[in-house]
Ligand binder design. Structure first.
Ligand SMILES: C[S@@+](CC[C@H](N)C(=O)[O-])C[C@H]1O[C@@H](n2cnc3c(N)ncnc32)[C@H](O)[C@@H]1O
Length: 274
């Protein structure tokens, strides 16, 4: 059968099967900190990845995540890019979106710790959704700038309401597609310290977003690519991006890939247990 005739439900289960296979691969090949010889990566694992402290912002954000997850009000959303594995309808409850779109607590809190440890001030998120992870991205420095782009007007409005209610004036929510808003936003930020790509999980758009952001990154920037084993296309995107000459270190945590650009090192890649 031509791939164009493949029903959506088949594609969804193909993606799930793909992710499951990749997860087994990850479990077999991942490394714990005891096998890492790079001082920088060892430090990252010890001080950031395995930091079990309960930070000041965790409780408040998780409280609001719980409220969102329990909210059964229905909104009509526009679909952008490759979306959820689970739902293809346009009418969804806020609770459903909160449960299926937002980065799980473990990863959102890791992003907060990365920003805190490496003191990132200019932050860009592609794909706000309801803004749960944006709250983590903006928690470290209330004077820093968090720019977050979301295509769906209705979802962006929900996020905006929460940012105002929680007084997160350091978040600038930009409503529009990445295709139309990314370049003007980058021109406003000028230099991106932390980039989180979490929307439109297709190969070409993902490569395009990364390449568009590249001139605005610097030696100490950190890039997070979400859902790197969500589909074959996302795995390809991750593998292509890792090869980019300015990427000197890539860390594969299965759900997310992390890229560093420090010049004082040879190119390395690690798959780490998290
Ligand atoms: C996985 S969700 C983001 C979740 C969010 N980062 C979090 O962790 O809470 C992806 C979002 O990206 C948006 N999106 C996808 N493709 C887009 C595009 N081309 N332009 C604008 N927004 C897009 C979707 O509407 C969706 O809300």
């Amino acid at each position: 059968m031509s791939p164009f005739c493949t029903p959506i439900s088949d594609l969804i289960s193909m993606n799930k099967l793909f992710s499951a296979k990749e997860f087994i691969n990850y479990l077999l090949r991942g490394k714990s900190k005891y096998y890492i010889h790079s001082p920088f990566v060892y430090d990252f694992v010890k001080e950031v990845l395995n930091d079990k402290r309960n930070y000041y912002c965790y409780e408040e954000i998780e409280f609001y995540r719980d409220l969102w997850c329990k909210d059964d009000s229905i909104i009509e959303v526009e679909d952008f890019g490759a979306g959820s594995h689970l739902e293809k309808k346009n009418k969804r409850s806020i609770g459903f979106i909160a449960k299926t779109s937002a980065a799980p607590k473990k990863y959102a809190q890791l992003l907060f710790r990365i920003i805190e440890y490496y003191k990132c001030l200019n932050i860009l998120e592609l794909g706000t959704s309801l803004g749960i992870t944006t709250l983590y991205l903006s928690a470290y420095n209330k004077k820093g700038n968090v720019f977050s782009i979301e295509g769906s007007k209705v979802i962006a409005n929900e996020a905006k309401k929460k940012f105002i209610q929680l007084n997160r004036s350091n978040i600038q929510l930009i409503q529009g597609t990445f295709e139309e808003k990314l370049i003007p936003t980058l021109n406003e930020i000028k230099q991106v310290d932390f980039l989180y790509i979490d929307g439109n999980h297709k190969l070409k758009p993902t490569l395009d977003y990364f390449n568009t952001c590249l001139p605005y990154l610097h030696e100490n920037s950190i890039v997070i690519l979400d859902d790197i084993y969500w589909s074959h296309e996302m795995k390809q995107a991750w593998n292509e991006i890792k090869k980019q000459p300015s990427v000197t270190l890539s860390l594969d945590l299965f759900r997310v890939g992390i890229l560093f650009f420090r010049k004082d090192r040879d190119k390395e890649h690690f798959r780490l247990y998290f």
